[in-house]
Design a protein. Structure first.
Length: 81
């Protein structure tokens, strides 16, 4: 799925699509939030949750590699690469 298509989905459908088709690259903590970075199609998705909660607060989308800066030390590439 391309960036423009994904962006049009409701957040709950975005979350379901990430869970099924996204490639989890890294997780990190920022203040009281747990952030998970996914690669999907031609973009990245950053899922924001409160640290101990399951409910997603929002999903931040980006395409530019500069958005990966905070994750570089934690990114786990799939073994098949």
């Amino acid at each position: 799925m391309k960036y423009a298509e994904f962006k049009q989905l409701h957040m709950y459908r975005q979350a379901a699509h990430l869970a099924q088709h996204g490639h989890l690259l890294a997780e990190r903590r920022q203040d009281s939030f747990r952030l998970r970075l996914f690669a999907l199609g031609d973009f990245y998705a950053e899922e924001w949750r409160e640290w101990e909660a399951e409910r997603i607060l929002f999903i931040h989308l980006f395409q530019h590699p500069a958005g990966l800066h905070d994750y570089l030390s934690a990114i786990r590439l799939p073994e098949e690469l």
